[in-house]
Design a protein around this ligand. Structure first.
Ligand SMILES: NC(=O)c1ccc[n+]([C@@H]2O[C@H](COP(=O)([O-])OP(=O)(O)OC[C@H]3O[C@@H](n4cnc5c(N)ncnc54)[C@H](OP(=O)(O)O)[C@@H]3O)[C@@H](O)[C@H]2O)c1
Length: 333
């Protein structure tokens, strides 16, 4: 079996560490792992397939000499803007987790369960969507294909891990009553809910909320889907949760929706209120699937449906989705 040399850029971060773990778990055919991060981390190492791999500084020289075919990036937007085109120049296909390239018209934005075919558009940079968008579109896709979604109203309950290592550290330090030198969140996060993720824009929406609007349309390939989001950070760890209200063009039967979702790729149905069975971050934690439950009709509109969706934002929302794209890439059309 052909093996591939793989750069993981941002290998010391929350997502990068998970990418290395997921590559190993899913037995991705890695010949050489090339972990990269900032100069601060150069010389440290990561463990992969029982071996230590030395971290290199992410720079043009190291990219050029890497012999890599694929690069998984999770080192932030400005790093991706600078180094993804350099990788592309040396023939390396980049799968990028930041928001740097997602809305560029010629860059595919991919969730394999939804739009796998875009991987083969010929672009050397492929964008991995925002974590809250990924888990939502996995569930929207089969429903849209059958009932055509007119409008989505979504409220998120997002894990501190979505803000990277610093977000996680702030929660832990608050709990342990330790001093926090430079807080990640503008307010205390423990015992709190912050209706503020990423920067506010002139519109009053945050950038995170606009990502959910724009990325959903691009991935689903349908600009007519109206999305109304509110994104909230809560002190959970295992994954992001979403309350999703849908309005369809076509009528539906609840049993058909349940049946459809129970067979859809990447989805696990957890929906038995009598047994207190519904998705929660503590159950989704460290799993690759997207969990859906609380499926019920919304009688306040025609053809309305309510859902509760939970997924591990570091896995399906980031690392797993990126590795799945790489898997599909090497499988080919
Ligand atoms: N957390 C999530 O749920 C999530 C989901 C989807 C996408 N993402 C995206 O993934 C990216 C990383 O997120 P994260 O949560 O893993 O953040 P993180 O834990 O803060 O890690 C950041 C990583 O970027 C590296 N880095 C920073 N500056 C660098 C530079 N100048 N050159 C090379 N490497 C540099 C860091 O290396 P050092 O250790 O050397 O500083 C570290 O490996 C972001 O773009 C984020 O938006 C995150």
């Amino acid at each position: 079996m052909k093996q591939y040399n793989v750069i993981v850029a941002g290998a010391t971060g929350m997502v990068g560490r998970k990418m290395v773990q997921v590559l190993e778990e899913r037995k991705f055919p890695v010949g050489k792992l090339i972990p990269m991060a900032s100069a601060r981390s150069a010389g440290k190492s990561v463990t992969f397939n029982g071996k230590e791999w030395t971290i290199q500084e992410l720079n043009e020289g190291n990219i050029k000499n890497s012999g890599a075919e694929i690069a998984l990036f999770s080192a932030g937007g400005s790093v991706s803007k600078e180094f993804a085109p350099i990788c592309a120049k040396y023939g390396i296909t980049v799968i990028d987790n930041s928001s740097a390239w997602r809305m560029e018209p010629n860059i595919p934005l991919v969730v394999p369960e939804v739009n796998r075919e875009k991987i083969f558009s010929g672009s050397k940079i492929i964008a991995n969507p925002n974590c809250s968008t990924i888990q939502m579109v996995v569930v929207l896709k089969p429903l849209h294909d059958k009932y055509k979604i007119k409008r989505v109203v979504v409220s998120t309950y997002q894990s501190v891990t979505g803000a990277g290592q610093k977000g996680y550290d702030q929660l832990m330090k608050e709990w342990n009553k330790e001093k926090i030198e430079s807080p990640k969140f503008p307010y205390q996060i423990s015992f709190n809910a912050l209706p503020h993720i990423d920067d506010f824009t002139e519109s009053g929406y945050t950038k995170e909320e606009l990502k959910m609007v724009n990325e959903t349309k691009k991935i689903m390939g349908d600009d007519s889907i109206a999305v109304s989001p509110t994104c909230v950070r809560i002190p959970s760890i295992g994954g992001h949760s979403e309350s999703v209200n849908l309005e369809f063009e076509k009528p539906f039967e609840i049993q058909d929706v349940v049946e459809l979702l129970s067979h859809a790729p990447g989805i696990v149905l957890e929906d038995n209120p009598k047994e207190k069975k519904y998705p929660m971050p503590i159950f989704a934690h460290d799993k690759d699937e997207t969990f859906v439950g609380r499926i019920r009709r919304d009688d306040s509109v025609n053809n309305g449906l309510n859902l509760w969706i939970v997924s591990d934002n570091i896995r399906k929302g980031a690392a797993t989705n990126a590795v799945q794209i790489a898997e599909e890439l090497i499988k080919g059309k």
